[in-house]
Design a protein around this ligand. Structure first.
Ligand SMILES: [Zn+2]
Length: 655
């Protein structure tokens, strides 16, 4: 009997994929509810914070709580009801402090047993060192009236705003009180606003200095990385019955117009996957330094203004973020080595929504082809590394231990993950796979999961929904690729073509340019102007793949023919600018200055990182120094990594 118990425990623990990027003892005690209280001082860039936790014990005996923190000042910890102050200290590994942060250890002064529930409070202060936060000065805003603040917690950055169990394995409800000292400033958080001072203040303040008090709550459990805040002269405008846009006043009408179909997008996704359970959907168009295209904070998606192109071609980002309401926010990866459990599934659902938007599968496949090109280039790049950690970034299970989980972030979990699901769908049929996904959501609603959970769920599901012969055949097919797809770093085990007429038009035209004589335009070159934005992206991605054959005369001809350097669509501009640097067109033409200005106006990493990668070290360093203050801390980190990896090469030509 004993043997069987031990054997069972070994198997059970082997099957659990724990989070190696948290210092918290989250397997022994779990946050159930978090209440935060923040006094914002945006002019001095300081936030006085208090956090109250409701914990549940999940071990036989608990004497300490360990939380993640990053560059913050802890003032004290105490029991709220009796006011008893608790001993605490910070355990710090100098090698990890600026990478993943530190461990805050709170001694509870007593033992708790399995199932006990207790509350704790911590008072602390954070400032500019909080890498989740971007404090913008008045002159960095559109309205130029007041300072601005926004957060970005994914992956492990929430620990720089709040001491907590910063792991996607732990989900909790939260509420918040935010006090401001400037009456022009509005605050939104990833929760529903509540009124009439529902929550009593935890701290005492000099109320003469307080302009407004905002309160929020979210009754659906979320992981720490989905806590979000934006504060500034921001306002909200409805875009439909259950959707709205939030931004500074300057461009809000333009944003509202571009996003007028948000209600429809939510409906497209509901048609495929089931009810949207979060109530409202709100999207904030942030300042251009926001480092991502979008971030799926529940009830408060954040988006970069580069998604507002004027022809609605950038709204696929909004559809992607809405799709996270199911994949990512309802079922969440349980650690950052499993990010594809969020992103791969989300892209899959996004493309189901895009099919309804475009009305033709061809245009969805163009997106898949653009994604595939970017993925293949990265798989190649990561595989040239001698560092096993970097190499693992080409797989669906990157090594994140001892590293900032953000380092492994790339298009791989999106596209490699998407293609795995696309392949699985092709094996078991569209309608069956749709049902499988719905059941996966239902079974794992408001929980966290990993690739083993998905595999086990899928196999059991197929077993109950197919005949035994079919099941065995399908299982064999899945087993021949699943492990390779997830864990191996090489090319995908099954190549998907996504062939279609719209893509062929784009790649044929690119091919004609590549083989045209210098100074000559291919016949029918004007067709480019009729392309959709994603076909133009594919055209440029194809060029980027084969640029070795391009000469600067052809580049100039291309520029003149399509007015590429002056384009307004940032999706096209960053590809064109990268190509301009790689082909040395930028060294002999004035578009070098346009590129320099582009990287100073936009902080979206997807768009500036390829440019920094293409630049020589000196130029990259010079441009980075010019724009460092504008970039979000996460973008800074990532560009610094790019510059560091360039070694000592010097190319004065570009300066
Ligand atoms: Zn996403």
């Amino acid at each position: 009997m004993k043997f069987y118990i031990i054997a069972f425990l070994i198997i059970a623990s082997f099957g659990v994929d724990i989070d190696k990027n948290t210092f918290s003892n989250y397997r022994e005690v779990k946050m159930q509810h978090l209440h935060i209280e923040w006094l914002l001082n945006l002019r001095t860039k300081i936030i006085d914070g208090s956090a109250e936790y409701t914990f549940k014990v999940t071990t036989a005996e608990l004497k300490e709580v360990h939380l993640d923190i990053y560059q913050m000042e802890i003032k004290y910890a105490y029991y709220p009801n009796v006011g008893k102050v608790l001993d605490w200290h910070v355990e710090s590994d100098p090698k990890q402090s600026l990478v993943q942060g530190d461990k805050l250890i709170i001694k509870l002064g007593q033992s708790y047993k399995y199932g006990d529930i207790f509350q704790l409070r911590i008072k602390y202060q954070i400032g500019e060192a909080a890498r989740a936060l971007s404090f913008l000065s008045v002159d960095q805003t559109d309205d130029k009236k007041a300072p601005y603040l926004f957060s970005q917690c994914e992956a492990n950055n929430c620990r720089s705003m709040i001491p907590l169990q910063d792991t996607p394995s732990i989900k909790f409800t939260y509420s918040a009180t935010v006090l401001t000292q400037d009456s022009q400033i509005n605050v939104f958080m990833s929760g529903l606003p509540v009124e009439n001072n529902k929550f009593a203040l935890m701290e005492q303040y000099n109320m003469n200095g307080i302009a407004k008090i905002f309160q929020f709550e979210l009754k659906i459990k979320i992981p720490a990385y989905l806590i979000a805040i934006v504060a500034g002269t921001v306002q909200e405008k409805a875009t439909g019955q259950r959707t709205s846009v939030i931004s500074e006043a300057k461009n809000i009408d333009i944003y509202q117009k571009e996003l007028e179909d948000l209600d429809k997008y939510v409906k497209y996704l509901e048609d495929y996957i089931g009810e949207y359970k979060w109530g409202f959907y709100k999207i904030v168009i942030l300042p251009a330094s926001f480092p991502f295209g979008g971030m799926e904070n529940p009830l408060l998606t954040f988006a970069n203004p580069s998604i507002i192109v004027g022809d609605k071609s950038g709204v696929s980002v909004a559809i992607h973020e809405i799709a996270h309401s199911w994949f990512g926010n309802t079922v969440t990866c349980n650690n950052w080595s499993n990010m594809w459990i969020n992103e791969g599934f989300c892209v899959f659902l996004e493309r189901k929504g895009l099919l309804q938007l475009f009305g033709e599968i061809d245009y969805v496949y163009v997106n898949s082809q653009v994604g595939t090109k970017e993925m293949n280039a990265l798989i190649k790049e990561f595989n040239t590394s001698t560092d096993p950690v970097v190499k693992s970034y080409a797989s669906l299970h990157p090594i994140t231990e001892d590293h900032n989980a953000d380092d492994s972030f790339s298009t791989i979990p999106y596209e490699r993950g998407y293609q795995l699901l696309f392949y699985l769908e092709s094996i078991i049929s569209e309608t069956k796979f749709q049902q499988l996904l719905k059941d996966w959501l239902r079974q794992n609603e408001y929980q966290s999961a990993d690739e083993n959970d998905f595999y086990n769920f899928m196999i059991t599901w197929i077993q109950s929904n197919f005949t035994i012969e079919q099941f065995l055949a399908v299982k064999q097919q899945i087993d021949s690729v699943y492990t390779k797809w997830v864990y191996e770093t090489g090319a995908l085990p099954v190549k998907q073509g996504f062939g279609n007429h719209a893509s062929t038009q784009a790649t044929d035209l690119a091919e004609e340019w590549l083989s045209s004589r210098p100074g000559e335009q291919p016949q029918g070159y004007e067709i480019f102007d009729q392309f959709k934005s994603n076909q133009k992206q594919l055209f440029l991605s194809y060029m980027l793949e084969k640029y070795i054959n391009m000469n600067t005369i052809t580049m100039k001809q291309l520029d003149l023919s399509y007015n590429l350097s002056e384009n307004k669509d940032a999706e096209l501009l960053f590809r064109w600018y990268t190509l301009s640097i790689q082909t040395k067109y930028a060294t002999t033409n004035t578009n070098l200055n346009q590129i320099r200005s582009f990287v100073g106006k936009i902080g979206r990493m997807k768009m500036i990182n390829p440019i920094y990668k293409a630049l020589d070290k000196n130029t990259a360093q010079t441009w980075y120094n010019e724009n460092k203050n504008f970039y979000h801390p996460l973008a800074r980190q990532s560009i610094e990594n790019i510059i560091k990896s360039k070694g000592q090469q010097i190319n004065v030509e570009l300066l």
